[in-house]
Design a protein around this ligand. Structure first.
Ligand SMILES: [Zn+2]
Length: 340
């Protein structure tokens, strides 16, 4: 079965089109861009300067407010996801632990929906970013072939995929237990499925590059190297979680359910490595890429904006953090041993 949340995608596309329109009229000199620009969009004259209705500071504050709303929802939510840094500090969890078993059952139950919704989200993004059809077809085939969740004690608070076993998502038991809602779980499943969708051929790298470039333009953050891929995986995760919410209406508020898609990033210790934005900067980038997400979590009117000031840089660690760099224990492609 192939589910296509048409209404959701239309609203997302509308929000995106508004954002694109705004991008065309932002004073070029005000955009802080520090990342390497290797996208095919080069040349041309900068667009003419246009007066802005809202100061950049307000726009940045909107993102910070939205982050605060997400994390407040998490704190009040009985099914709130455990923040990554809290997960990391926990002792290993046995395969047989009831919370890990419950998490595995949740992941297995949600995998079919996650596959379908990832395919639909990648289709939307390919239309939005003008990605070639053959790339999306190949990505779709790989996503639909994923059929197994394998719990792994050693992976702890990580999930990962390996190119040589492209039908399996490996899930640390701490992570399985820490994602207590369907919305949180399906977001992480979608993240991993997007890595698999890229495959050995790097089918989605043009998409990753363009998403990263847009996020850099919106936030001023440096998003280069492997970070565009990780950010795009998180973006698909947020899109899929929203689509799942529309597919499964319930009594809980939209704000609470939406927050679950990204609230595992509500960390106190906001460190990172070379492959990922820090958890909080990941939230900043996602909320900038999808302003509707933030306005829905805050219960505000729909917001469209353009950020021109970079957020404070995340503290960088000299040594990779164990949770971010998983040993290549299976002797396969190490770059796919990726933290969600
Ligand atoms: Zn990842």
């Amino acid at each position: 079965m192939k589910y296509r949340p048409g209404q959701l995608r239309q609203s997302f596309l509308r929000a995106t089109l508004v954002l694109l329109a705004l991008l065309l009229f932002v004073p070029a000199a005000a955009v802080v861009t520090r990342a390497q620009d290797d996208s095919p969009w080069k040349g041309g004259s900068p667009p003419p300067s246009q007066p802005r209705e809202n100061p950049a500071l307000d726009e940045q504050n909107i993102v910070e407010r939205a982050m605060g709303a997400v994390c407040q929802e998490r704190a009040r939510d009985p099914l709130g996801s455990v923040p990554i840094d809290v997960m990391q500090a926990r002792p290993s969890l046995a395969l047989s632990h009831p919370d890990a078993v419950a998490g595995l059952k949740r992941a297995e139950r949600l995998l079919p929906a996650a596959r379908d919704l990832v395919v639909a989200s990648l289709r939307d993004l390919s239309n939005e970013y003008n990605i070639e059809e053959y790339r999306i077809k190949a990505a779709t085939m790989r996503v639909l072939a994923v059929s197994r969740i394998e719990p792994d004690v050693e992976l702890r608070d990580n999930a990962s995929v390996i190119l040589s076993t492209p039908r399996t998502i490996y899930f640390g038991t701490i992570f399985l237990a820490g994602l207590q809602s369907d919305e949180g779980m399906i977001s992480v499943l979608a993240h991993e499925l997007t890595h698999i969708a890229d495959g050995r051929e790097d089918s989605l790298h043009p998409l990753f590059r363009l998403v990263g470039r847009r996020a850099t333009t919106l936030t001023g953050m440096q998003i280069a190297g492997r970070r565009p891929e990780e950010l795009t995986c998180d973006l698909v995760g947020a899109m899929v979680s929203r689509a799942y919410i529309e597919r499964t209406p319930g009594k809980e508020t939209l704000a609470r359910r939406l927050a679950r898609a990204i609230e595992h990033n509500c960390v106190e210790e906001d460190g990172t490595d070379e492959a990922h934005l820090s958890p909080r900067n990941t939230m900043r980038a996602l909320l900038a890429l999808d302003p509707t997400f933030g306005s829905d979590v805050m219960g505000d009117e729909k917001i469209t904006f353009k950020l021109v000031e970079p957020p404070p840089p995340a503290p960088r660690k000299v040594a990779p953090r164990p949770r971010r760099v998983t040993p290549n224990t299976r002797g396969t492609t190490p770059r796919r041993r990726i933290r969600t």
